[in-house]
Design a protein around this ligand. Structure first.
Ligand code: SF4
Length: 432
């Protein structure tokens, strides 16, 4: 845990009210000023000659990395690890879990499977997702294929025991899974079924010269309860205990011979607890879509909700008879409303207000969707010059703003829309 300024202050002469308190030898006016700066790492610990050993130990522990971040792929496009908390609500999760699909160079259906991987695409709440990482194994033309996949933009995890292959492919900046000693491989996987063995292997191979490690916990023969227990234990050792042997991202491979439902269930659990990379053998679009949807929810920073650009959006070629609606820039709200407008097939302007990505009621209660702001946004949109009917639909949850808006926008008729987006078509049918 990081130390706060107050926690540090308690150990200093100023905090203990002893001799030398506020002596200014650290070039700070007081011990408290020094403690606050030390907590923010703006000053060095050794400039105070009266720092007790106990505090030095605590500061040393606090400086240890909890989980290393690994950046891989030829264009450094994929990041894993770097987590600092056990749960998202404590702060935020840093790098999303990577869903890697296995491609075996020796398989006859290599090209067919690769075609499916390349063509997978998901767009959800304004974000686009593809498969970004491939777990490449097998021997046939592995070097050629690795280069081709890299050119197509994929980051790679490569399983090989051939040191020559490692040497030739290291420039692609992949993660290597290998038992052979190859110091030239920067990112390397430590594989084991057993947590104690991970420590042994780490201590043995981190001297060889590799820089980054990924722990591959073999879960193939374990029941789900044991898998969750062990992965939680590893994450706790990394985050809470700052154990060096476990300060690395974790990879798990979904065992073979599971049906799609079992793959989805297990991969969903691994996504929540606590796999940084999940390797899946087959590309089944329904499974991948479900996992990426779950991942998007888990890895959205709760302090930075998904949002769309605040502006006027046009639907179905709006003209002078267009309908005008207003909502906030919370992405889920926007897409719910936008989908209904698209399905109505009526020319419409949708004014999206700048509300820091908050939903309608939250924005109102935080003063981010006020009648003044709504009126100002409508005036700045210049829609009064573009439409004949001066009618605007406001969200149903803000019915109490109707009178205030009528005061602000005298030439407009304010219609209180429905509470739920799906009720919009019926509402428009009855009012236009
Ligand atoms: Fe306090 Fe140490 Fe700075 Fe003196 S040198 S003011 S004791 S923090």
């Amino acid at each position: 845990m990081e130390l706060t300024g107050l926690q540090i202050f308690k150990y200093l002469p100023g905090g203990k009210k002893t001799e030398n308190a506020n002596c200014k030898q650290c070039k700070q006016p007081t011990c408290m000023a020094y403690a606050l700066k030390l907590a923010k790492k703006q000053v060095e610990p050794d400039v105070c000659p009266y720092l007790p050993d106990e505090l030095k130990t605590l500061l040393f522990e606090a400086c240890k990395k909890q989980q290393n971040e690994i950046i891989f792929g030829a264009n450094n496009q994929t990041k894993i690890g770097g987590e600092t908390v056990m749960f998202r609500h404590e702060k935020t999760l840093v790098n999303k879990t990577i869903i890697a699909i296995e491609l075996n160079c020796d398989d006859e259906d290599f090209d067919e499977k690769y075609f499916k991987i390349k063509n997978y695409e998901l767009e959800r709440v304004g974000e686009k997702f593809n498969i970004e990482t491939i777990y490449l194994c097998g021997k046939k033309d592995i070097e050629l294929r690795a280069k081709q996949l890299t050119e197509d933009g994929f980051s790679l995890i490569i399983k090989t025991e051939n040191p020559e292959t490692i040497d030739k492919l290291k420039n692609l900046n992949p993660i290597f899974e290998t038992e052979s000693e190859c110091p030239q491989a920067t990112n390397i996987i430590i594989s084991s079924q057993n947590i104690d063995e991970i420590i042994e292997k780490y201590q043995k191979i981190h001297k060889i010269g590799h820089q980054n490690f990924v722990i591959n916990l073999d879960i193939s023969t374990k029941p789900i309860s044991t898998i969750v227990e062990e992965l939680t234990y590893i994450r706790r050792l990394a985050i809470l205990n700052r154990e060096e042997s476990f300060a690395h991202p974790v990879m798990t491979k979904i065992p073979e011979n599971l049906n799609h439902y079992e793959v989805l269930t297990l991969a969903s659990i691994l996504l929540c607890r606590y796999s940084n990379i999940i390797v899946i053998k087959d590309i089944d679009y329904a499974t991948i879509t479900s996992l990426l949807t779950l991942r998007q929810s888990i890895y959205t920073d709760p302090q930075k909700p998904l949002q769309v650009e605040p502006k006027v959006y046009e639907f179905n070629e709006p003209d002078e008879n267009a309908i005008i609606m207003m909502t906030t820039n919370f992405a889920l709200t926007y897409f719910a409303v936008a989908n209904e407008i698209e399905s109505m097939n009526k020319p419409t302007y949708l004014i999206v207000t700048p509300s820091d990505g908050m939903s309608v009621l939250t924005a109102w209660s935080a003063d981010k969707f006020t009648s003044e702001l709504a009126a100002k946004t409508l005036k700045e949109s210049n829609l009064a010059q573009k439409v004949k009917n001066k009618k605007i639909i406001i969200p149903g949850l803000l019915s109490h703003m109707k009178e205030e808006l009528e005061e602000e926008l005298k030439e407009w008729e304010i219609l209180v829309g429905p509470i739920e987006a799906y009720q919009l078509p019926e509402f428009v049918k009855n009012n236009f």
